[in-house]
Each structure stands twice: as structure tokens, then as C-alpha cells.
Write a protein that binds this ligand. Structure first.
Ligand code: FES
Length: 379
């Protein structure tokens, strides 16, 4: 049904009845469709009626069903037989024909250039603003573009009619002045909003040039959440980037454990090898019947850490197989000398103080340092 009526230029692509109230997007698409097809565009009163869910008169089978699109010069005849809503639209009868309802300004402009559209009207408004001339009224602008005729005289009658009933033909520049039904939309800053053309072009340069306020995107909760999420992501990204940037200027320091530390009293250790400090300080505490010394757990071949094998009573290097007896003296493998021993002494508090930066060695073919003072503690 909708497609059939669109051929007559009445219903276009509007959804057929029963129909819910339409939103701005659907109405804007309808307007664009009508402009493409050369059909009469919807008036503001009709758009308001569609938003309110009020059927068009031709849909209800009223008298205006056939008269609205085909009445180029007699807009008054396109009125419906009976009002169906409470929306009031002011309709003024022109005193004469097309040219009789136009102001001198409109006549002059039409004489100078017959094919006016929204862009050229906006350009004219801008020119008038620059020159300090009086701006065109909405009625004059509508008369120029052919959407609605401008009245040379004030309206002589105002009767309540359905919002959808006021339907001027495109080609008719008669004297019907159409006012939108209901209060105008309100922008976020509180100013009344009037769309230029379809709502979709409400933010165009033409609107700005015409001095018309426009409505921006809706400021809904979901929009606020989205904006907050985007800004949080941006701030987090920039924060991480700046941290990485400043970290570049800091020194890369490797903190190693101190080489001087305490390992408790000599009486804490039983005879034999104690591995309690191997992981933390890389040492074994070796207690003999007459002395206590500390073996530094580093193979003298290439520096691997040997394993203590209690069952075999020896140290075994996992890298190349060097073997050491229970005092750290090499006896097999490629190790050239016994493992080194750390300096030890008794601290004032009675604990054993170890210093791994001071080592005692027994180089091959040279005297041993293992009996030097500090290489062991007598017990
Ligand atoms: S590093 Fe220990 S045997 Fe080679």
C-alpha cells in the first residue's frame, strides 16, 4: 500500500497503518526519498504529526487524500473534512493567486533567479547579514524554495486542524502559513531548535548561515559512559607511555646480596657439611673435629656450582665432572685446584662473620692458604 501511494506522491516510503510514532531518522529518510523522487516534501506540521503517531489524512480516507498532492494553487482545498487531533495549525488564505501572496522581496528574488533551493537561500541570508540588510523570514525562505508560500498579509483566519492536514504542494506558492504543532524541540543549552530541511541536516552550514540554532548529539547516559571509557583508555595509554619513557633515564642496577654476613655461632653446626646457606650465599659450612671453615661453592674449572653428594661423601661438579672430597680438595676431573675458602672470624656478638670477597686458595704447585689465620676457626 505504501509503495502504491508513493507513486501518487502522497505516502512515499512511510510505513503503512497501523504505525507507531516515527523518529527523526525515519522522517529524514522519508524527506530524502521524496526529494529524490520529486514528490512533495513533508511539512513541519506533518512531521510533527508523524512523530506523534497521528495518521495522515489520506491514509484515513479523508477528503484530503486526493487533493493534497494534486493542488498546485489552492492549498485551502486540501484541508481534511474533520480535525482528528488537538494539534493546531494556523492556515491563512491568500488574498490572490501565487504572485499575490508574495512579498516584494520574494518577487524580486524570484525575478532575478527562478530556481531557489536551501543552499541558495542560505547564501542569500549570509549576503544579507554581511550587507546589513533585513534577513528573509521563514515564510519568505519557504516561498523562495517552493516548500511553503509567503504571505504578503497577516493571516486572516486560524482554525484548528489536524497537524497532518496542512500539506502544501511543491509547486504551489500560495498563502498558507504553516506553524509546527506543539512546542519546538529544545537544544541542550536550552534554546529553541528549528530544523532547516530535514533534521539530519540541522547542523549544516546552511543552518548556521541562516542564524538557526541546531541540535547536537544526544547527551545520554550511555554516551557519557562511552566518553568516560574512551578518555580513561587514552589517559591510561599516555600514562604507561610516559612511565616507560622516564624509566629509560634510570640506571639499570642489579642488586646482589652483601658479601659480608653472619651465619650464627659455631655451636650451631654439627660435624660434616651444612648446606643451609648454599642458595642464599653460595657457601657450605664444613665443620671438622678441630676446626670450622667455609667453602665457597664455585668449581675451580669454569665456575659451575658443584653438588654435595652425601652418599658418595664428595662434591661433584655437574658441568664437566670434577670431583672434590668433603674438604673441597679436587681429586678427579678437570678442576685445577681445591675450591676456595671464605674468610671467617668471630663477631663481637659471638656469631661467625663470613666475608666471601676475601678468599683463601691453594693454587696448584704453590703453598696452601687454608691454614692462614682467617681461613678457619678453631673449635
Ligand atoms: S666447571 Fe666444574 S668441572 Fe668444569
Amino acid at each position: 500500500m505504501a509503495d502504491e501511494q508513493s507513486k501518487t506522491g502522497v505516502l512515499g516510503h512511510l510505513p503503512p497503518l497501523p504505525r507507531k510514532p516515527l523518529n527523526n531518522s525515519v522522517i529524514a529518510m522519508e524527506q530524502a526519498y521524496r526529494q529524490r523522487k520529486g514528490l512533495p516534501v513533508l511539512t513541519e506540521a506533518e512531521m510533527e504529526a508523524l512523530k506523534a503517531g497521528v495518521p495522515m489524512p489520506w491514509e484515513a480516507g479523508g477528503a484530503g487524500a486526493s487533493a493534497a498532492p494534486a493542488a498546485p494553487s489552492t492549498a485551502a482545498s486540501a484541508q481534511p473534512a474533520a480535525p482528528a487531533t488537538t494539534s493546531a495549525v494556523a492556515v491563512a488564505e491568500p488574498p490572490g493567486g501565487d504572485s499575490a501572496g508574495m512579498t516584494e522581496t520574494v518577487k524580486g528574488l524570484l525575478a532575478s533567479y527562478p530556481k531557489w533551493n536551501k543552499s541558495t537561500v542560505a547564501a542569500e541570508q549570509a549576503r544579507r547579514k554581511r550587507k546589513g540588510l533585513p534577513l528573509l523570514t521563514d515564510a519568505e525562505a519557504s516561498a523562495l524554495t517552493g516548500e511553503a508560500p509567503a504571505a504578503a498579509t497577516p493571516p486572516t483566519a486560524a482554525v484548528p486542524v489536524p497537524a497532518a492536514a496542512a500539506r502544501p504542494a511543491v509547486a504551489a506558492r500560495t498563502a498558507a502559513v504553516v506553524a509546527p504543532a506543539g512546542p519546538p524541540p529544545i537544544a541542550r543549552d536550552g534554546t529553541a531548535v528549528r530544523y532547516v530541511g530535514t533534521p539530519a541536516v540541522g547542523t549544516s552550514k546552511a543552518a548556521a548561515a541562516g542564524g538557526v540554532a541546531t541540535a547536537g548529539p544526544e547527551d545520554t547516559d550511555i554516551d557519557r559512559v562511552r566518553r568516560r571509557f574512551v578518555w580513561s583508555s587514552v589517559v591510561a595509554f599516555l600514562g604507561a607511555w610516559f612511565i616507560a619513557f622516564f624509566r629509560f633515564f634510570l640506571p639499570r642496577t642489579l642488586f646482589e646480596p652483601s658479601t659480608v654476613f653472619k651465619i650464627g655461632a659455631a655451636s650451631d653446626y654439627a660435624l660434616g657439611i651444612d648446606e643451609k646457606w648454599l642458595q642464599k650465599y653460595r657457601i657450605w659450612v664444613d665443620r671438622r673435629p678441630d676446626r670450622l671453615f667455609v667453602i665457597y661453592a664455585r668449581c675451580t674449572h669454569l665456575g659451575c656450582t658443584p653438588d654435595w653428594k652425601p652418599a658418595e661423601h664428595k662434591f661433584k661438579c655437574p658441568c664437566h665432572g670434577s670431583g672434590y672430597d668433603d674438604e673441597g680438595v679436587n681429586f678427579e676431573g678437570p678442576a685445577p685446584r681445591p675450591m676456595d675458602r671464605a674468610h671467617i672470624e668471630v663477631a663481637p656478638d659471638g656469631q661467625i662473620l663470613v666475608d666471601t670477597s676475601h678468599l683463601y686458595q691453594w693454587p696448584k704447585g704453590q703453598p696452601s692458604q687454608f691454614n692462614d689465620p682467617g681461613a678457619y676457626l678453631p673449635v
